[in-house]
Design a protein around this ligand. Structure first.
Ligand SMILES: [Zn+2]
Length: 182
C-alpha cells in the first residue's frame, strides 16, 4: 500500500513555504483535516495500525485526532477506547473511563511531530499498563525519547527551519501561514 500517495491524492500533503505555529518555516505541510474528515481515506491506515499494534484492552488517544482513531480501532477490534483532553498544563483523562490496573493500553495518534502529545497522554494515564504507541504519520526528523515502542504507518519527515536559515525565504517564495492548536 502506497500510503504517501493516498494522502497526496487527497490533498493532505502540501508543498510550498509555510509558517508554522512554532514560528519555524517548512517546505512541506500535512493538512490534517483532509485526513480526519475522510473515513474512507483513513481505513487502510486503521488496518495497518491494528497490524502494528500489540494486543491490547484499550486504545487511548489525545484529542482530537487521537480520540477519533482510538474509537475506530476499538470498534474494529472489539476493545475499548478513551481520550486525553488538553488541560492548562499537559493532558488529562477527565472522564471516568473504566481502565483497570491489569489492562493493557496502546496510545494512538494522527501525526507524531515532537512527541509531546504522546508524552502528555502517557502522563495522564494512571491505571493499566502502557505497552506501545502507534501513529498514522511520523513527521519527526530527530530521535524522540519515549519509554515505550512507537510505531508508524508512514514516515514522512518534514524539516523545520528558522527564518534566517530558510532557503525559501532567501528565494523570496511567498509564505503561507498554517497550523493551529488542536
Ligand atoms: Zn522561510
Amino acid at each position: 500500500m502506497d500510503y504517501e500517495r493516498l494522502l497526496e491524492e487527497a490533498g493532505a500533503l502540501l508543498e510550498g513555504h509555510f509558517l508554522l505555529t512554532s514560528g519555524l518555516h517548512s517546505d512541506k505541510y500535512i493538512e490534517k483535516m483532509r485526513i480526519l474528515e475522510d473515513p474512507e481515506l483513513m481505513e487502510p491506515f486503521f488496518n495497518k495500525m491494528i497490524d502494528l499494534s500489540p494486543d491490547t484492552d484499550w486504545f487511548v488517544g489525545p484529542t482530537l485526532g487521537g480520540a477519533i482513531i482510538a474509537f475506530e480501532l476499538a470498534r474494529m477490534t472489539g476493545r475499548k477506547s478513551a481520550f486525553a483532553e488538553r488541560i492548562e498544563a499537559g493532558r488529562e483523562l477527565k472522564r471516568e473511563f473504566a481502565i483497570k490496573n491489569s489492562d493493557n493500553i496502546v496510545i494512538v495518534d494522527d501525526i507524531l511531530t515532537t512527541g509531546s502529545s504522546i508524552k502528555e497522554t502517557i502522563k495522564a494515564i494512571d491505571k493499566g499498563k502502557i505497552i506501545a504507541a502507534v501513529v498514522m504519520i511520523d513527521r519527526s526528523t530527530t530521535n524522540i525519547e519515549i519509554d515505550i515502542p512507537v510505531k508508524s504507518v508512514l514516515k514522512y519527515p518534514i524539516e523545520n527551519y528558522r527564518e534566517e536559515r530558510c532557503r525559501l525565504c532567501k528565494e523570496s517564495v511567498p509564505l503561507t501561514k498554517r497550523g493551529g492548536k488542536k
